[in-house]
Each structure stands twice: as C-alpha cells, then as structure tokens.
Design a binder for this molecule. Structure first.
Ligand code: PSU
Ligand code: MN
Length: 304
C-alpha cells in the first residue's frame, strides 16, 4: 500500500505541472461549527478552481493519508464527531491505528511536501500563546515552517496569540514572514496588528520567486505569507481586544490547555461576537485561497 492517496484531479495536476493548492482539514473539524464548516470547505475549493488551480484538501481517513478529497469525503469529515487533531507528532500514530484525523498547518505542510505541492492556503497558523512563559504553549506549526518547504498563505497569526513573541520565534527559526501588499502585520480578523511585518512583498510572482531562491540557496523550510483580510470583512482590533481577553480568561478558568486551547478560543470568540468572527474567518480563508492559487500558478510558470 502506498504511503498516501492522491485524488484523481490532484494526481493529474501534479503529473502535468499544473498549479495545486493544499488545504488543511483541522479548520473544518476544529475551527468552525457545522454546517458552516462544510460550506466554507466547498467555497474554498471553488475559489482555488476559479483561479485555475486544483485544490487538495488533506486529511487522514481510516488510516490513509488522503491528498485531495471528493465531496462525499469532505461532507463526512465536516459532520464527523471527535476526529483527532493531527500535528507532526500525531500523524504516524493515526495512520498506524487506521483512524481518522484532521491535519493542522504542520501536518498539512508535511503531506503537501511529500506530494510535491508547494503552496498551502489556510486561515491562521498556530503560534506562541499568551502566557507561554508559564505554559510553554508554542505551536508545532512554527517549527514546521522552519523545516518543510511549503509557502503557507494565512491572514496573519490569530490575535488570540502573543503576536510579538510569535514573530520572535519565527525570526529565530529563520522563517520569512511576508506581509502581502502592506507594511503592517495583519492579525487574522483585523487588517493590522499594530506591528510592522518583518518583510513585505507585493506580487504573487515575487513570492514564488523568493520560494525558488530559498530552495536554490539550500535553505530548508517554507515561507509564511500574511495576507490581510478584505476591509469589508474585518473586525477592528479595538472591538476584538476585550473579546479575546475574555476568551483567554475563560480558557484559564476552565483549565483548557494543549491541543484543546485553540479550538476552545475560536468557539468562545464565535459565541462572544455572536457569529461575526466566523463570517470574517470564512472571508479571510477565501481571500487566502485566491492568493494561494495565484502563487501556485506563478510557481508552475517558473523556469525549471
Ligand atoms: N486557524 C483557524 N482555525 C483553526 C486553526 C487555525 O482559523 O482551526 C488550526 C490550524 O489547523 C492550526 C492549529 O494549525 O489550529 C493550531 O493549533 P495549535 O495551536 O494547537 O498548534
Ligand atoms: Mn499548543
């Protein structure tokens, strides 16, 4: 049995050098409630297709690492309960035990790189949590960016994280953090984090070329592209700040930690904003899927 299964459209695109965009599944199972999660997953795939690329949503289904899901598989995953959340540490165990799990940014990067997919679009990455000096809670996503050669398009780090510490760790790990089209670091639901991004680029072609340069230099790892949420969908920082503070306080009070923390915070913010955070979340993921597809097209067009 082969290590992973490519869907027919993904296999075809990879064989012909056509652009492919990897998509994660934890955002479906742990990041959004049913049925908006399925709607989002379908729309993201459609957005990638509309830009002329092939979407490859990644998950482990009954032990098989699947790269590219069909609609029935997407729907089943979106409805499933108690699906495992798979990061680098969990992938092998889930596959060995024949179980089903959703891939985080880290695990999706690993699968994408295995299949030869160079670009991956998502919402937000994991990072350094607030209070990490006590909890040591730093997402494995950051280490993955340092070692796996995939360009990850996100909307910046979630404002539930400690953004200055997240940038410091990424700098230590040698990960390029590139704001797209602006100097400021975007902060997921808000266009600006109040922090300058380490790097800025203004075109998909330049981002594709930078990835190729990294490879040519023999540098391992990927790039993090932070694409600001469209202005029409943004929730301003001052509106969110008290909501995030409240969500973090609730998490602490209820002793939520480890893998459960990010899903808990997202759900709590969804409740506290009466669904507005989810609408923004969906819009920013679609926006990232579009840019991801454009970057994938530029990578396909680079001279071999
Ligand atoms: N951003 C979202 N929803 C999510 C996540 C990010 O809007 O569900 C997920 C991603 O899969 C990311 C993970 O890799 O949260 C990070 O989890 P942790 O902080 O436990 O590493
Ligand atoms: Mn964590």
């Amino acid at each position: 049995m082969s290590l992973f299964t490519l869907s027919a459209p993904v296999a075809e695109a990879l064989a012909s050098g056509a652009p492919v965009v990897a998509l994660e599944s934890t955002i479906i199972t742990h990041g959004m409630p049913w049925p908006q999660n399925l709607e989002m997953a379908r729309k993201v795939e459609d957005t990638v297709r509309a830009e002329g690329a092939v979407p490859a949503t990644i998950a482990v289904l009954d032990g098989q690492l699947c790269i590219g899901l069909d609609d029935a598989q997407l729907e089943k995953l979106a409805q499933a309960r108690s699906v495992a959340k798979l990061s680098r540490a969990d992938l092998g165990v889930c596959m060995a035990e024949g179980r089903t799990g959703a891939t985080t940014v880290a695990a999706t990067m690993i699968a994408a790189a295995l299949a030869g997919i160079r670009v991956f679009a998502t919402g937000g990455i994991g990072g350094v949590h607030q209070g990490a000096e006590q909890s040591f809670d730093i997402s494995a996503d950051l280490q993955e960016l340092a070692q796996t050669p995939v360009t990850v398009v996100c909307a910046g780090a979630k404002a539930i994280l400690d953004l200055p510490k997240t940038l410091e760790v990424l700098e230590t790990l040698g990960v390029p953090v590139i704001a797209y089209g602006q100097d400021q670091l975007p902060a997921f639901w808000s266009r600006e984090a109040g922090l300058r991004a380490p790097l800025r680029m203004d075109s998909a072609r330049a981002i594709a070329t930078a990835m190729a340069m990294r490879g040519a230099l023999g540098l391992p790892g990927g790039q993090l592209v932070a694409n600001p949420i469209p202005a029409s969908a943004e929730i301003p920082r001052d509106v969110l700040a008290p909501v995030i503070a409240r969500a973090n306080a609730d998490a602490e009070q209820h002793g939520i930690r480890g893998k459960d923390l990010t899903p808990y915070l997202l759900q709590r913010i969804f409740e506290l904003t009466e669904g507005r955070s989810l609408e923004s979340n969906i819009e920013l993921v679609l926006n990232n899927a579009k840019l991801g597809a454009q970057i994938a097209a530029e990578i396909s067009a680079l001279p071999a």
